[in-house]
Design a protein around this ligand. Structure first.
Ligand SMILES: *Cc1c(COP(=O)(O)O)cnc(C)c1O
Length: 375
């Protein structure tokens, strides 16, 4: 089966994990710190805080920026549900914003403007597919309204200038992302004080960690804020350090595969809309090419296409079922309607894209899609 996403893990990660086990120090030690520094350096950012997941990263960012009950946060619905859940964790209210278009399924600036109220404190933009949202547009939007700008960068690890648009960014190292620590995430922030607060909140709000007490003469600690246990451990950090070495090379492979998809789809499946086609592939590094979404022609039977591809051992998925239509969100936000998000989500299909694939795989997927669409 050709899978939509597949991690690359091997002997190097296995050796790195063994080293941690032999070292006897398994959590929040030197490897976590090295990983943070290497991750920041790979993105030309001064520093980062490693955490247990991107969901934890989003929660910590919102908490550190003091977003809470009574505040509204503009969010996409066309995202993984964690983006929206993180707002509810803080007691703030998520306000769903529609996408721009089928070709550019980013949060719509116009709809965001229409949905801004006196209570709006922040906006979370999501770099769909690893393509960065409009930097100037969102910076001006946030500046004009005095809003915090937060990047859900789960798709965009390794993309150029990610983490430099807004006040803070959240990254994911889940198993299907561009690099993985199995579970894991990271926070970056413009203001070093915010990052410092995130670091402290990650470990119960304690002023020192176990490793610091172990390596210095400090034997006690204080708790100066409400914290959480969102730590990363040494095993994950060790795997992350290996993965990070290959990130640029894997993303370059993703880029080449994406280019092949765009060329082949244009030729064989001209009725399919390829989001970001104009942006993507254009200049290297601008996108991390996380996924390969396509929008099927209006009226195509998506389930039949999914089944036909599955019969040819090709897995596909949907990015995303809109968050506002899930039972839980329907119950709490019954009146939300996002016509473009709903249309995109009904017609979207995500094709396999990962660095283990070859150009030949791309051509097979496109042929299978062409056959499925003409039946
Ligand atoms: C994967 C993902 C998350 C959540 O990441 P975890 O590390 O699994 O918590 C959040 N937002 C988006 C857009 C994602 O793709």
């Amino acid at each position: 089966m050709l899978l939509v996403a597949e991690p690359i893990l091997g002997e190097e990660e296995a050796a790195a994990l063994s080293d941690v086990i032999r070292s006897g120090w398994i959590t929040m030690g030197e490897r976590v710190r090295s990983f943070e520094q290497a991750f920041a350096a790979a993105h030309d950012l001064p520093d980062a805080v490693a955490v247990s997941s991107c969901t934890a990263a989003l929660h910590l960012i919102l908490a550190a920026l003091e977003i809470g009950p009574g505040d509204e946060v503009l969010v996409p619905s066309l995202t993984f549900v964690a983006t929206v859940n993180s707002v509810l964790y803080t007691g703030a209210t998520p306000v769903f914003v529609d996408i721009e278009s089928l070709e550019t399924p980013f949060l719509s600036l116009a709809d965001a403007a229409a949905k801004t109220t006196a209570r709006t404190k922040a906006v979370i933009v999501m770099h769909f597919g690893g393509n960065l949202v409009d930097r100037e547009g969102w910076q001006k939007f946030a500046r004009d309204r005095n809003l915090l700008l937060i990047e859900d960068a789960a798709h965009a690890t390794g993309a150029r200038a990610v983490g430099t648009l807004g006040d803070a960014a959240a990254f994911s190292f889940y198993g299907n992302k561009n690099m993985t620590t199995a579970e894991g995430g990271a926070v970056t922030a413009r203001d070093p004080d915010v990052l410092h607060k995130v670091r402290q909140m990650r470990g119960h709000g304690m002023t020192t960690g176990t490793f610091q007490r172990h390596t210095s003469r400090t034997s006690t600690y204080d708790v100066t804020m409400l914290g959480y246990n969102y730590r990363m451990d040494e095993l994950r950090a060790a795997a992350g350090l290996v993965q990070l070495k290959y990130l640029a090379q894997w993303n370059a492979k993703r880029r080449a595969l994406t280019q092949e998809y765009m060329d082949t789809l244009a030729e064989r499946c001209p009725t399919v809309v390829v989001p970001f086609a104009r942006k993507r592939g254009s200049n290297s590094g601008a996108s991390s090419h996380h996924i390969m979404p396509v929008v099927l022609p209006d009226g195509a039977d998506r389930q039949a296409v999914v089944d036909a591809l599955r019969d040819e051992e090709i897995q596909t998925t949907i990015h995303y079922p809109p968050a506002h239509l899930f039972t839980f969100y329907r119950k709490h936000f019954p009146l939300v309607e996002l016509p473009l998000t709903e249309k995109f989500s009904r017609r979207e299909l995500t094709l396999p894209l990962h660095p283990r694939m070859e150009m030949e795989d791309v051509r097979s997927v496109c042929s299978a899609l062409e056959r499925a669409l003409t039946h």
